[in-house]
Design a protein around this ligand. Structure first.
Ligand code: NAD
Length: 501
């Protein structure tokens, strides 16, 4: 196993060029400085990683024009050729997986043990959608007695992709790969807290032979470059991953240009543990799904609903394990939880510790800072919470678990559904009928029964209520990035009304 010192030395080699020249935008295949610079800093020690080119509305306009100019040729390219380009991108991601993972850990604070796999997941996303590219245009034949109706799909045009900072590389590939496979061109605005790997992805795509202008990278602030992208008339759709209130702002911003939107937003996902469950596995899943990825994960199970008959014993084992979670340097392979992305986010999560205490829940584990520098926080657990408390209602987006007790299925369902969000739900029971009935009533876009979040790329991904609009994955992604056209051919001389005879 590679150790921390080796990781740090290799990271230094990868960062040297960014320290010298900054992280540039990439528009129409050309590197571009911005209309100024902003800094990206590491949450490990607040050290400067690099200056980043600041994109503004003018930068976005150039990028949107480049995407528009590149669109006709890319859209017309046979699917088999787009497939080959996307597979070459996946090859290069795999070849540079270590570099991507090192940069991602340093920029975001995510632990190496998870990020090394996330880089490879990015390659998988490209391969999966590459293989679907040749069939993306396929439609249906819907004959009526007098017409043959044929549907076909066509890429919608240049699209904007706006991504968050929690697992930026994986999420960017998840959005950009299907857009390119569909024949769309893209302007990508990554999160200002984590610009490093978006730059690597744009470089890789060009190295793999993606024509200039097909993927354009504009760094900048949400209210600047992000807003301009959502308002640009040449951008036909916005694929957005981020907070629910940002989604709401984007919907307003895009109204004048009638943007199609796809939103993957926040969550306050329940994991429901019934007394008849395999409690050993349930415990592993509960811990993994809130404390992996620093809890900065939209699908995290941030609310534990545990049946009161087993609550005491379950909590006792949970507290013991949570207290043993290893918080440390994200590039140390033994680290389980790294630092939170940024001081402002640390303050938000720490603020919820104070809120939970003021609300009268029991702080059963964690709650405090680790070390003097950086954004390290002890994995935190509140027990004895009530459903109406803010720590049981609001997305904290950190290593922060709120536990609530329930008596029976009906009460559990009421608590589970009693929040604004509806992204995922996790149900632990060995009673088949209960599992079926409970998941039927659960308000969530994705449910796992006796499992943690195990993603299968052909399945739909997305949320209900304040957690999102639309679905990704498999053919659902093409529904978003493409327009469906119906053409009706008369099969003969059907009866037609004749006016003005
Ligand atoms: P955020 O909404 O603050 O920012 C996301 C992106 O939107 C950034 O690139 C930001 O610059 C941009 N942005 C901000 N304001 C904008 C505006 N007015 N117009 C256009 N763009 C704007 O989210 P975040 O803090 O970066 O990420 C955390 C959030 O993302 C959490 O709520 C989390 O649940 C959510 N998330 C959801 C999913 C999912 O699949 N549902 C996945 C990952 C993260």
């Amino acid at each position: 196993m590679t150790d921390l010192a080796t990781h740090l030395a290799r990271l230094e080699d990868h960062l040297a060029r960014f320290r010298r020249g900054g992280i540039l935008n990439l528009i129409g295949g050309q590197d571009e400085a911005g209309e100024g610079w902003f800094e990206t800093r590491s949450p490990v020690d607040d050290s400067l990683i690099a200056q980043v080119a600041l994109g503004t509305a003018a930068t976005v306009d150039r990028a949107a024009r480049a995407a528009k100019a590149a669109f006709p040729a890319w859209a017309a390219m046979p699917g088999a050729e787009r497939k080959a380009v996307l597979h070459r991108i996946a090859d290069l991601i795999e070849a540079r997986a270590e570099e991507i993972a090192l940069c991602e850990c340093w920029d975001t604070g995510q632990a190496w043990r998870f990020m090394s796999k996330a880089a490879l997941r990015g390659a998988e996303n490209f391969r999966f959608f590459a293989d679907l590219a040749p069939g993306a245009r396929d439609g249906q034949s819907l004959p009526s007695p007098d017409h043959l109706n044929i549907t076909s799909r066509h890429p919608i045009g240049p699209v904007g992709v706006i991504t968050p900072w929690n697992t930026p590389f994986m999420l960017s590939t998840w959005k950009i790969a299907p857009a390119l496979a569909a024949g769309c061109t893209v302007v990508h605005k990554p999160a200002e807290f984590s610009p490093l790997t978006a730059r690597l992805l744009a470089e890789i795509c060009h190295e793999a032979g993606l024509p200039p202008g097909v993927l354009n990278l504009v760094n900048g602030m949400g209210e600047g470059a992000g807003k301009a992208l959502t308002e640009h008339p040449d951008i036909k759709a916005i694929a957005f991953v981020g907070e629910s209130r940002t989604g709401s702002a984007i919907m307003k911003q895009g109204a004048d240009t009638l943007k199609r939107v796809h939103f993957e937003l926040g969550g306050k996902n329940p994991v429901v543990v019934f007394e008849d469950a395999d409690l050993e596995r349930a415990l592993d899943a509960v811990i993994f799904m809130i404390y992996s990825l620093n809890g900065e994960r939209c699908t995290s199970s941030s609310r534990l609903l545990v049946q009161e008959t087993i609550a005491e014993a379950f909590h006792a084992r949970l507290i013991e394990r949570v207290n043993r979670i290893r918080v440390g340097h994200p590039l140390d392979p033994t680290t389980e939880v790294g630092p939170l992305i940024h001081q402002t986010h640390f303050d938000k999560v720490a603020g919820y510790v104070a809120i939970g205490q003021a609300e009268g829940a029991t702080l059963a584990a964690g709650g405090g800072r680790v070390g003097e520098t950086g954004c390290f926080m002890r994995p935190t657990l509140f027990t004895d919470a009530r459903p109406e408390m803010r720590i049981a209602q609001e997305e904290v987006f950190g290593p922060f678990l709120t536990s609530l007790r329930f008596r029976d299925d009906a009460e559990a369902l009421g608590i589970a559904n009693g929040v604004a969000y509806g992204l995922t739900g996790y149900v632990w029971t060995n009673d088949l009928t209960r599992a079926l009935r409970f998941s039927e009533g659960l308000e969530a876009g994705m449910i796992w029964v006796n499992s943690e979040n195990v993603r299968h790329l052909p399945t739909p991904f997305g949320g209900v209520k304040a957690s999102g609009i639309g679905r990704d994955g498999g053919d659902w992604s093409f529904d978003f990035y493409m327009e469906t056209k119906n053409t009706a051919f008369a099969l003969g001389r059907h009866k037609m009304q004749r006016l003005g005879l």
